[in-house]
Design a protein around this ligand. Structure first.
Ligand code: SF4
Length: 448
């Protein structure tokens, strides 16, 4: 059970030295209790107190790392029930399923197709992370062979799925170097499966038939020394599984139930035969509160909307997405190419740069830091004023790249044109279109 702020305070040095960044030990204790500070923030905690306080400072839902390499990812580590309270931290991981009786050539084809499911959005590469290799016939040779093929020839990380410890050990032998998640320990096999995971330092999923059984298994495996657990409540019924997700999250965050303080895994792949319904079910578990979502297969029409939903849900609602201030070249511009300026709100940047690209008119795009606000909002908030924009153009270095003195500003910021002219004497300030969609026509018309 987590400690309260007052209980934590009793174990702190109580010297109020302020080195932890707050003015009193009591304030630090309160921050520790609400997961707003880490115990390492105080350099004077005794070893004895550190041991006692470790539990209080541990995240209520353990973050569990899965995989190695470019698609390595962490699930869990969440601290709030609702995204607007703070933010969700570690995005739901997506897995496609491969059955262990497939031919290697078929698996190679799948890997090639699934590897191409990558999408650039707001400067991020969106892609699924995992392949769930599912033992369907108890053949450990095939399981070992396909685990090796997936681990060695693809970027994907693995969930090894088998209730048979011998088959699982074969998979671990060939793919253990990639830190796969082992699925799953059950009441029947947990001692051997737990030992296999411990011996190889691998994360382990638990599959139970109820939340009570899940708690029992979680406690037994924790006692064995397993720290990286993932929970499957066992339900393949849509409503029951959703209720389980909510109950597990609430128990971990509100009741500080350590037995359920781990990320969950859900299986839309086992809840319906209808691909569209499977995608809908998966989208529900992205919102509430699936740490890992296993799909039957990865298709563009399913994974693309799910990746976008995940991006939205796991974006910090209190911090707008931004791009770096600076000069961006679009389509190999030269010294005669037009210069446009806009704000560093990521969506603004990607829409404007996309429209310029579509116009086939090379241009210089100046991105000014406006704290991630869109043009109109930034102007209204005084973060995209004429003086600021003019000063930014001067220091940006664009004058070394062009032999003209014209700046195109967004139509919504027309009111700042006069102030920019004062800041940039001799420059022509042209007011561009209000809507980005009109940029291609605007830029093409200037070329004629
Ligand atoms: Fe107290 Fe430690 Fe913070 Fe100093 S650094 S004020 S001793 S909690």
């Amino acid at each position: 059970m987590a400690l309260t702020g007052i209980q934590i305070f009793k174990h702190l040095p109580q010297t109020n030295c302020k080195e932890c960044g707050v003015s009193t030990c009591l304030a630090f204790a309160m921050n520790l209790a609400s997961a707003k500070a880490a115990l390492d923030g105080c350099p004077y905690v005794s070893d004895e107190a550190r041991e006692i306080l470790a539990e209080a400072s541990a995240p209520p839902i353990t973050p569990v790392g899965v995989g190695k390499g470019v698609r390595q990812a962490t699930t869990g580590g969440e601290t709030v029930l609702y995204r607007h309270e703070k933010t969700f931290f570690n995005p739901t991981l997506f897995a496609g399923t491969i059955q262990s009786n497939l031919d290697e050539s078929d698996v190679e084809k799948l890997l090639k197709a699934w590897n191409s499911l990558q999408y650039e959005r707001v400067g991020l590469n969106l892609r699924p992370e995992l392949i769930a290799l599912k033992d369907v016939d108890g053949n450990s040779d095939n399981f070992e062979k396909l685990a090796k093929l997936i681990a060695e020839t693809s970027e994907f990380n693995l969930i090894l799925m088998s209730g048979n410890v011998k088959v699982m050990a074969a998979g671990v032998k060939s793919a253990g170097f990639k830190r796969p998640l082992l699925y799953a320990a059950t009441l029947e096999n947990y001692e051997k499966m737990g030992q296999l995971a411990l011996d190889n330092n691998l994360p382990l999923a638990i599959k139970a038939d109820s939340l009570d059984e899940l708690i029992t298994l979680s406690d037994k495996l924790t006692e064995m020394g397993q720290k990286d657990l993932v929970l499957d409540s066992g339900s393949r019924n849509l409503k029951q599984c959703l209720e389980d997700q909510v109950q597990i999250r609430r128990a971990a965050l509100q009741d500080q139930n350590r037995s359920l303080g781990f990320p969950t895994i859900t299986f839309p792949s086992e809840m319906t035969d209808n691909p569209d319904m499977e995608t809908l079910i998966a989208s529900m578990y992205v919102s509430k509160y699936g740490g890992i979502v296993v799909l039957s297969e990865l298709t563009p029409e399913a994974i693309f909307p799910l990746l976008l939903e995940r991006l939205n849900i796991y974006t910090d609602p209190q911090r707008p997405m931004t791009v770096t201030e600076g000069i961006f070249e679009i389509g190999n511009p030269d010294e005669n190419s037009p210069v446009l300026v806009t704000t560093n709100f990521a969506l603004t940047y990607f829409i404007v740069s996309g429209e310029i690209e579509a116009s086939k008119s090379p241009a210089w795009l100046l991105i000014k830091d406006a704290e991630g606000l869109s043009v109109l909002t930034a102007w209204a908030a005084g973060k995209f004023g004429g003086d600021d924009v003019g000063a930014f153009v001067k220091k940006s270095g664009i004058m070394d790249k062009i032999n003209h003195t014209e700046l195109i500003i967004p139509g919504y910021a027309a009111a700042i044109a006069g102030d920019i002219e004062e800041e940039l004497p001799g420059w022509t300030i042209t007011v561009g279109p209000r809507e980005s969609a009109h940029l291609p026509g605007f830029l093409k018309a200037r070329q004629q």
